[in-house]
Design a protein around this ligand. Structure first.
Ligand SMILES: Nc1ncnc2c1ncn2[C@@H]1O[C@H](COP(=O)(O)OP(=O)(O)OP(=O)(O)O)[C@@H](O)[C@H]1O
Length: 729
């Protein structure tokens, strides 16, 4: 569509409310074309909203005739409802900016795509291939662009914009050359406690990672503040929209978060990108009904429970309860004594579907054994269905199953494994004898700890629901009686209908009857959504996952399509070696690594101090380069000065957020968080106060805690330490 400058047109809405230097430098007439397009977007979205609302009302009140039409109407009404919900959130503020190509075209880019009535694009969806140069063009490779403009929206108005020019000769009048300075200034803006929306300013190296195909395992490796989380979340939205493999596998994406504060911190980003369905969750929260797990305070126990040897031990423990009888068994029936030999038992087990959990396999095993035994009853004694019926209720067969394939409860199995010395020694073959003894001596309280949860998850996946068989039996009985009732109702309806042929052809349709019956039967237990499977899994702060946690991730991602986001220098337990080596140990091979090297969060002053802190223990740590070179110097003060420093900052800053890290007795207050170094991972604050960092621990662990904490600061870092303590940096 042509963008005709119409500065004099009073009906064109104005979208620019520029502040600061930009306001002074910009000639309003040069923004006419922008206003015109944004106005067109506003009008078109309003038009589509009105049309959709109208159609929804008309269809919603349609009196549909035959059943088929009524089903079609319901489907359309639900689709219209979803479309209206999307349109309600769409408007000019979803326009990220535009790019001008060497052919003179201006292409506007949006969070979603939108076309005018003739089908010409008003804005192109950011994930479409045509939008790629908007993010990817660089001075070295302008990708056919003369310039690009990125908007900075505040409260439905454009408060600023960043122009980048790639071809000065072709440039018209309408740009205000500011290259990176305005973008850099925007990085220093005060934070709100929620991750900011940065889609409009995604950088070329970040964009290239976001758009990588989903197959296999991609590691995004980068230091603090390099935009790994930004990339992770935008990649989730991109893959859901544009990656055929992810869409074909059901389009379910999981983002594994390191802790609940991170989940809350990033919670606006995906909905703002139009994705409400992505599950963002900690691994602990994915183990449902575990009764609020405690933090693991014993690091040795945490290490042991995090090993793959313990995951293997859980699996071996389940197999202990699946052993065939050593001798033949006798099953008494009203007609005869039936023999069940160990070989017949094994043959029955071989008939089971593969991949079933223990308790489901038990139900199937019972059915197979009933069939096998019923075949031994002669037809003179009983019919097939009589013998099957009797065997299904046979107490001796039940007793045999209870002995050789008992119903298991995952929680009890895990507690037994922890406390039963012979069982643990038999099952935990990959653990040293010392580790086994340590585990046997450990206190197992009533509540689980976070290090138990991956093992509990393994136990649940392998064992299944202990009440599953009971539920299946009840549901089968309810379905059977509902079907009988339905048949009677159908017969009665046919007998009294005027147009018998049409009604009977619809009602006798077996699918329809099944649907109606299903609605009457007790609900199938709702599956746990966090159990997966997911078509793609993104793991943030992946450097900290234990082998047992990786097993949890892989259980939910059978395709192995993973984005693994992390920084080896931020691994609290240390991370020597490569990503490929670490991940191979967790069972992930064929790994590709993409690096991010520019730090957008922390000023050079803070980053220098943090680099010194980490390099004391890890001389080769991959420390990123800060994009913002100016900033307040790191301030060092006595711990007693915490309150005065904090209060002075709160008084002089009406907005912004602060964090006190490492002070157990400090209570969080409005705009001030109280965190441990672990809880601070992934987050950021305008002001960070590091409380007695010399107490964060020694060696690599202590250095990593200090490094992570220091690199949370976007503007000011204050280190509060005793004067005689060694400097944290
Ligand atoms: N392209 C960008 N445009 C604007 N801001 C950006 C961009 N990339 C990253 N940022 C900002 O930089 C900060 C750090 O980003 P992010 O949290 O994604 O980094 P990270 O690599 O995950 O850091 P860490 O490992 O320390 O948690 C955030 O404020 C983010 O909004």
């Amino acid at each position: 569509m042509p963008d005709t400058p119409i500065a004099t047109d009073p009906f064109v809405q104005q979208f620019f409310a520029l502040s600061g230097a930009k306001a002074g430098l910009t000639n309003p007439a040069t923004l006419d074309a922008d206003n015109y397009r944004l106005h067109a977007i506003a009008q078109r979205t309003e038009q589509l909203r009105t049309q959709t609302r109208h159609r929804l009302i008309t269809r919603g009140t349609d009196r549909a005739g035959v059943l088929q039409q009524s089903l079609e109407r319901d489907v359309e009404v639900s689709a219209l409802g979803a479309r209206l919900a999307r349109l309600d959130h769409l408007g000019p503020q979803d326009c990220l900016g535009f790019m001008q190509t060497t052919t003179g075209e201006r292409l506007f880019i949006g969070r979603l795509g939108l076309s005018d009535e003739q089908g010409s694009p008003l804005m192109i969806d950011w994930r479409a291939p045509a939008a790629e140069p908007f993010f990817a063009a660089t001075h070295a490779n302008p990708q056919g662009l003369v310039m690009r403009r990125r908007y900075r929206w505040r409260k439905q108005m454009i408060a600023g914009y960043f122009d980048e020019v790639f071809d000065l000769e072709r440039l018209g009048e309408s740009t205000s050359l500011d290259d990176h300075s305005a973008f850099l200034a925007s990085l220093g803006e005060q934070r709100t406690g929620k991750m900011q929306d940065v889609l409009a300013t995604i950088q070329g190296d970040q964009d290239a990672i976001i758009r990588r195909p989903s197959a296999g395992a991609l590691v995004v490796d980068g230091g603090p503040g390099t935009g790994k989380t930004v990339v992770a979340l935008h990649r989730a939205a991109y893959l859901l929209h544009a990656d055929a493999r992810v869409k074909n596998r059901g389009g379910r994406v999981l983002v594994v978060s390191p802790h609940d504060s991170y989940t809350a911190y990033v919670s606006d980003i995906l909905p703002n990108l139009g994705e409400d369905e992505v599950l963002v969750s900690t691994l602990s929260n994915m183990v449902s009904n575990a009764g609020g797990a405690r933090v693991e305070t014993d690091s040795v126990i945490g290490r042991i429970k995090g090993t793959s040897a313990m995951v293997d031990a859980v699996e071996r423990a389940v197999r202990v309860f699946e052993q065939p009888p050593a001798q033949g068994l006798v099953i008494e029936t009203p007609w005869d004594e039936l023999m069940l030999s160990p070989d017949q038992w094994t043959a029955a087990v071989d008939c089971l579907e593969s991949g079933l959990d223990h308790n489901t396999a038990r139900s199937q095993l019972r059915e197979v054994l009933v069939e096998q035994l019923a075949a031994k009853v002669t037809s003179e004694d009983a019919s097939g269905s009589e013998s099957r019926h009797a065997l299904a209720a046979n107490d001796q067969l039940d007793a045999c199953l209870e002995e050789y394939w008992p119903v298991l409860d995952p929680e009890r199995l895990l507690r037994t494994l922890y406390s039963n010395a012979p069982l643990l020694r038999y099952c935990a073959r990959g653990l040293s004898l010392d580790d086994i003894d340590t585990l046997l001596q450990a206190e197992t309280g009533e509540t689980w700890t976070e290090s138990d949860l991956p093992l509990l998850d393994a136990a649940r996946a392998l064992v299944g629901n202990p009440h599953g068989e009971q539920i299946r039996v009840q549901r089968a009985a309810a379905l059977s009686s509902a079907r009988t009732l339905m048949r009677q109702v159908v017969d009665d309806l046919i007998a009294s209908a005027d147009d018998k042929e049409d009604l009977s052809s619809q009602l006798m349709n077996a699918d329809l009857q099944d649907q109606l019956v299903e609605q009457r039967a007790p609900e199938e237990p709702v599956g746990d959504v966090s159990a997966g499977p997911f078509s793609h899994v993104i793991v943030d702060e992946a450097q900290d996952l234990t082998d047992a946690q990786w097993a949890m991730v892989l259980r939910r991602c059978p395709s192995g399509s993973l984005t693994i986001v992390g920084d080896r220098a931020q691994a609290t337990a240390g991370f020597s070696g490569s990503w490929a080596g670490r991940l191979a140990r967790a069972g992930i091979r064929d790994v590709h690594v993409a690096a991010l090297n520019i730090n957008y969060r922390t000023t050079a002053q803070v980053m220098d101090a943090a680099a010194t802190a980490i390099r004391q223990q890890m001389p080769g740590a991959n420390v990123p380069v800060s994009v913002r070179t100016n900033g307040a110097p790191v301030r060092y003060a006595h711990p007693d000065e915490l309150e005065p420093i904090l209060n002075a900052w709160l008084q002089s800053h009406a907005e912004g957020v602060a964090a006190v890290i490492g002070h157990d007795a400090f209570t969080a207050r409005l705009r001030v968080a109280a965190l441990s170094p672990e809880q601070a991972k992934g987050l950021e604050f305008d002001l960070v106060l590091l409380y007695r960092p010399e107490r964060f621990g020694s060696g690599v662990e202590g250095a990593v805690r200090r490094y992570v904490s220091m690199t949370r600061a976007t503007a000011q870092l204050v280190v509060l330490q005793d004067p005689d303590a060694t400097r944290a940096s």
